[in-house]
Design a protein around this ligand. Structure first.
Ligand SMILES: Nc1nc2c([nH]c(=O)n2[C@H]2C[C@H](O)[C@@H](COP(=O)(O)OP(=O)(O)OP(=O)(O)O)O2)c(=O)[nH]1
Length: 315
């Protein structure tokens, strides 16, 4: 059967958390992806809600009662033999001690250990979703280097964990200097700094990744940064989204979701069209364009990892 015509299996995937630890189980020899760790879960039965499926699977497979499952990300994925849609939820709420009721190994891992663990391929976007917060601040206007640091500090104090240094008026050397002067404060706050720039610039700094503008995406055939750096891609349509995924983007910005003063000439997608596009993207997607913190939950309810904005964060 061709990949397009075969049925898609809906899988409920549960990230059960206890402080910084996450419960994983090891897939068994008779299963696909044998000896890969997974977040527990399984197929959603006909007509079943995702959180009902998760409660059932955690009782059946791990002997724990769970509650308060919250959506994190949905991952569409084509394996060689099966098409799946992973509905990934997380919860801190459980009663009992998880154990392998079906003989599988079950273990708690610190979240910082997850990057070194072998998961099925579809899980890459889940790990990124766990790593990134739900607010992505993009730097706006600033008077000088001191003013940049002060504004950045406000963003960090607001608890934002992902920041893009975007300074179109500066030359590369000035951007590099700003990045190096501020990276310490960003990392001290447990946040990550993305550069609106090239892989070459990234290599000269301690920044965490680059954000490629939509017209830069087509300059590459393969991932232009190392695996341990973040690659963000700015997109507006399916063609740019496909190219972003082709070159291994870790996450995507999709815009303009709502009308925005920065691009008055572009027609806004609207949240419903945003949701439809996001449903086909196996990595986290931030909603950009007209976003304010009051819209965060609505954006998340439409499948977003969170919101990206200049004016909502940069003050
Ligand atoms: N539970 C879970 N499933 C995952 C994860 N990542 C991932 O790609 N999957 C895929 C593997 C399977 O194709 C499907 C899970 O279905 P399932 O759990 O009912 O499958 P199963 O044990 O019957 O094993 P099989 O039919 O795939 O051999 O979702 C994950 O983290 N947790």
């Amino acid at each position: 059967m061709s990949e397009k015509s075969r049925p898609v299996l809906d899988i409920a995937v549960g990230i059960l958390r206890c402080e910084n630890e996450i419960c994983l189980s090891l897939r068994q020899k008779h299963q696909s992806h044998a000896d890969h760790w997974e977040f527990p879960g399984g197929k959603v039965e006909q007509g079943e809600l995702i959180d009902t499926a998760l409660k059932r699977e955690f009782i059946e497979e791990l002997g724990v009662q769970t509650d308060n499952w919250q959506p994190l990300i949905t991952i569409p994925w084509e394996y060689e033999k099966v098409s799946v849609r992973l509905h990934v939820y997380q919860s801190y709420d459980f009663v009992g001690t998880p154990y392998g009721k079906e003989g599988q190994r079950v273990r708690w891992f610190d979240q910082s250990e997850l990057q070194g663990i072998t998961f099925p391929d579809a899980n890459k976007g889940i790990l990124t979703a766990l790593e990134l917060g739900d607010k992505y601040a993009i730097s706006g206007k600033f008077a000088n280097a001191e003013d940049f640091s002060a504004k950045l500090n406000n963003v960090l104090n607001d608890g934002v964990k992902l920041i893009q240094l975007r300074a179109k008026g500066l030359d590369v050397a000035e951007v590099r200097k700003l990045a190096q002067e501020n990276i310490g404060a960003v990392h001290k706050a447990g946040a990550k700094l993305m550069l609106n720039g090239t892989p070459e610039l990234l290599a000269q700094t301690q920044a965490d990744g680059i954000q490629l503008a939509s017209n830069q995406l087509f300059a590459y055939d393969t991932r232009p940064v190392a695996k341990d750096k973040l690659l963000g891609a700015s997109t507006h349509n399916p063609e740019e989204i496909d190219q972003a995924l082709k070159i291994g983007a870790d996450f995507i910005l999709l815009s303009p979701v709502l009308p925005t003063q920065t691009h008055p000439d572009m027609e806004a997608l609207g949240l419903d069209a945003f949701r439809e596009l996001v449903a086909e993207i196996p990595v986290p997607v931030f909603a950009l364009g007209g976003m304010k913190t009051e819209l965060l939950n609505e954006a998340k309810n439409h499948g977003a990892q969170g919101i990206a904005a200049i004016s909502a964060f940069w003050r």
